[in-house]
Design a protein around this ligand. Structure first.
Ligand code: ARG
Length: 431
């Protein structure tokens, strides 16, 4: 199948897509209606919604039967379905492997191979209803930036992407490459030590197209020889990364499992803490005080513990996952209870892309209401990324809209199979 956007879209969505193609098409209007709509701004379920979309932007939102279709507009009713803003995942690694590739094999894939992974995974992610993602650290260096730009240019199908380029990290830390023997002197592109070196690395990432920054504040589960709970960057280095990124208006994400690293990252001013596994009361207080978002990947423990060994995940990493999984869930429950700001971050790549939505039901299981989980993946994520035209179905917002079968506030797991996906007014899926 050609990946050329018009034909791919036409294939997927039939007639409608032909009339809503990109910038060169003339003004096209669509009146989309359904049984319900999740209003992520008011936190309410709205019956009989009608949404008027013009040239990829939501022009008006009203009630079915009351909001009339302008002359020439296409009408589309999604019977039995609920409309939601397109889902947003704030923690993915799109260049992670595709299909049956063992853990170690995936570590040794070339940058061109990783670029191909990102092309495939981007499409899968969009089809799962995730219309925006933040790619927080590419193992394939700048590969996802190329894919992001190609999606923007209409050559490839995929979500809107913010990409961090290579994650910053200390020598031998979680964001370095510790899998090769010393004589090869391998190090990841994002390795930098000391305040000026990390500033230079931020500048370099921006030079090559990064539009967000990620660094590793502590050890992690899937690296070799790092302690999950141990701090890696000093506070001084974290402050340098954050100030340099904020000068340039980039949102900063810090990978941090351990308590000390989480606190230092928050004090340094990061916008979101990824994983945030070992929270104590003081860390929760700090997050509340600084308005820091937490992006907690609480589904993937299940996947790693059931599939990891078969996928060749080394014992060291399985043991680290066992040590951190339940601790992270408890931290999640405590943070939700305290009212810390939360986004949806799945860390898809640890488990297959396209299954991102499995995390919704776990967010509910460990303490959120269904509405809070949906808000985390929409309006909260948009706010974190400083986007005031994403994350809600509202006049003036971009027409990134998905629909699910039934009512997700009664059964959140229906988000795991999304039959309707629209991004920027273009229908990519309509089953
Ligand atoms: N990328 C993270 C790491 O390697 C994944 C952690 C997964 N486990 C978890 N319980 N969240 O540290």
């Amino acid at each position: 199948m050609s990946l050329n956007k018009p034909s791919a879209v036409a294939l997927l969505s039939g007639l409608l897509a032909c009339s809503t193609l990109g910038p060169s098409a003339q003004a096209e209007q669509l009146l989309l209606s359904a049984d319900y709509m999740v209003d992520t701004l008011s936190g309410e379920l709205v019956p009989n919604p009608a949404v008027l979309i013009s040239d990829g932007v939501i022009e008006a939102v009203g009630t079915r039967g009351e909001l009339a279709a302008p002359e020439g507009a296409t009408e589309m009713h999604l019977k039995g379905k609920t409309l939601l803003p397109g889902f947003m995942d704030m923690h993915v690694h799109l260049d992670g492997s595709v299909g049956d590739v063992s853990f170690l094999e995936s570590r040794f894939q070339s940058v061109p191979r990783k670029t191909v992974n990102a092309v495939v995974n981007a499409r899968t992610t969009l089809m799962a209803g995730f219309t925006s993602v933040r790619n927080v650290g590419a193992m394939g260096d700048y590969s996802v930036i190329a894919v992001r730009d190609s999606i923007k240019g209409g050559e490839l199908m995929g979500p809107r992407i913010w990409d961090a380029g290579p994650s910053l990290g200390i020598t031998g830390g979680h964001c370095d490459d510790n899998f090769s023997p010393p004589e090869q002197k391998k190090k990841n592109t994002g390795v930098a030590n000391g305040p000026w070196a990390v500033r230079e690395k931020v500048r370099e990432n921006i030079k090559y197209g990064a539009d967000t920054i990620k660094f590793c504040a502590t050890g992690g589960v899937f690296s070799r020889g790092t302690k999950v709970g141990a701090i890696q960057y000093s506070l001084e280095e974290m402050q340098a990364i954050v100030s340099e990124s904020h000068y340039r208006d980039l949102v900063v994400a810090a990978h941090a499992h351990g308590t000390e690293g989480i606190k230092a990252a928050i004090i340094a001013g990061v916008d979101s803490v990824e994983h945030a596994s070992m929270l104590d009361d003081e860390a929760i207080e700090l997050a509340l005080e600084h308005g820091t978002y937490l992006s907690m990947d609480i589904y993937n423990t299940e996947y790693t513990l059931s599939m990891g060994r078969a996928n060749g995940v080394p014992e060291e990493n399985l043991r680290k996952e066992e040590s951190v999984g339940q601790v992270q869930r408890d931290s999640f429950s405590a943070a939700v209870k305290a009212g810390v700001k939360m986004v949806f971050g799945s860390d898809a790549s640890i488990y297959p892309h396209g299954l991102n939505a499995r995390q919704f039901s776990r967010m509910v299981k460990f303490g959120m209401t269904e509405m809070q989980a949906l808000q985390a993946a929409t309006i909260n994520s948009a706010t974190l990324m400083k986007q005031d035209d994403l994350g809600a179905i509202k006049a003036g917002y971009l027409a990134d809209i998905v629909a699910v079968e039934g009512n997700p506030l009664e059964d959140i797991s229906i988000t795991e199979s999304v039959p309707f996906v629209m991004k920027g007014g273009v229908v990519y899926k309509n089953l």
